[in-house]
Design a protein around this ligand. Sequence first.
Ligand code: CA2
Length: 145
Amino acid sequence: MTRIMIVNGPNLNMLGRREPDIYGHQTYADLIKMISRHCQEKGIDVKIMQSNHEGALVDAIQQAADYCDGIVINPAAYTHTSVAILDALKAAALPAVEVHISDVDSREEFRHLSYPGMYCFKTVKGEGLAGYLTAIDALLAKIGL
Ligand code: CA2
């Protein structure tokens, strides 16, 4: 069975609790439900993780290389700083899609640069939580599903 990993970076567990004008009112639990339902409908297995720690995200990407067919990643603030996450994605060598809830390009200048995005074959941004489903569908199309 096809298996994908969803990797979420720092503070995304706070969804729905702060800054609803930027990230909406839905919670991280709502996001997990939405992704799980979508993957069930598609008949694929999904592992969803979130960490506030850069090394834990690197560990998860390395593990994905052993048992997953692709990665959807929202590295959150590490998007704009982390060469370690870029290197982990390169090492895992799986197809990967980057997703951002907000439209990072219309925000502060420092959010315009993405290190993980240099590896990902697609970036979805500004679609809210639904962007994760767009990213999953793009990944599945790439994998050939
Ligand atoms: O738009 C996105 O998905 C971001 O990856 C979110 C990051 C931000 O640093 C990126 O530039 C763009 C921030 C995630 C923090 O999420 C929160 C959600 C609710 C309340 C507080 C933080």
